[in-house]
Design a binder for this molecule. Structure first.
Ligand SMILES: [Zn+2]
Length: 240
């Protein structure tokens, strides 16, 4: 009888210790997430903050939720102009905007809000940092080949619709630098120079911001540009 009471007591003490440990862990995790909202999947996304563990989850939630996506741009103080719906069927673009201050050449491509959010993260956090580190200058303009094209993939009538059909994609051909240099995917990708290193680094970084990233490493059709789209989450997307 005495023996059994002793072991019951020991079990109760062990259980209480485990409960206390669990409570401490929960409180610790809560305090950590409150101090680091970029790691908190429930905290609102702010594109000005450094990337955190939860950034990709938050980015993927923007697909199909234009109101939430516009709120993220506004909260992040990104200037944009939302445009009315246009097109029909598979090429209906009911999520269409231009970024007002981001410098593209040619300027103001119309893109979906999730593509815009990815572009802001990629340009502000990755492209400018890598340009400083590798090239010692800033990017002045991003050369783009277009966002919208009402077509199926590979121009094949039996293929699924391209993300370009809804403007949920963008093609990037190169960069104009503040010191006057120009870097192009076509001529600098494999040149073994800092320009080539920069292109590979920004391609890799884009995989954190976009669901699908295709580069010259993917196929000959992408020898002269990067293709970025938000058709799927960056957590399960392609990065080639
Ligand atoms: Zn493309």
């Amino acid at each position: 009888m005495v023996k059994r009471t002793g072991s019951t007591l020991r079990r109760a003490v062990r259980l209480a210790a485990l409960l206390l440990l669990a409570a401490a862990l929960v409180l610790g995790a809560r305090a950590f997430l409150a101090a680091n909202p970029r790691h908190d999947p429930w905290a609102p996304l702010d594109l000005r903050a450094e990337r955190g563990w939860a950034t990709q989850v938050k980015l993927s939630r923007l697909s199909g939720d234009t109101a939430r996506c516009h709120a993220v741009l506004s909260r992040s103080e990104v200037a944009f102009t939302a445009l009315p719906a246009i097109g029909e069927g598979a090429c209906l673009r009911d999520d269409r905007l231009t970024l007002d201050t981001m410098r593209f050449a040619p300027g103001f491509p119309q893109m979906s809000c999730p593509v815009a959010a990815g572009m802001v993260l990629w340009l502000e956090h990755d492209v400018q940092r890598l340009a400083q580190q590798i090239l010692g200058t800033r990017v002045e303009r991003v050369e783009q080949l277009g966002t919208y094209n009402c077509r199926r993939m590979y121009g094949d009538a039996g293929a699924p619709w391209s993300e370009h059909a809804t403007g949920n994609a963008i093609d990037i051909a190169g960069f104009q630098l503040a010191d006057g240099r120009r870097i192009s995917v076509l001529s600098d990708w494999d040149n073994g120079e800092p320009a080539g290193q920069f292109l590979k680094a920004v391609r890799n970084a884009a995989c954190e911001s976009f669901g699908t990233v295709l580069s010259p490493d993917y196929n000959a059709a992408h020898a002269d540009h990067f293709h970025f789209d938000q058709g799927r989450s960056a957590m399960i997307g392609a990065c080639r």
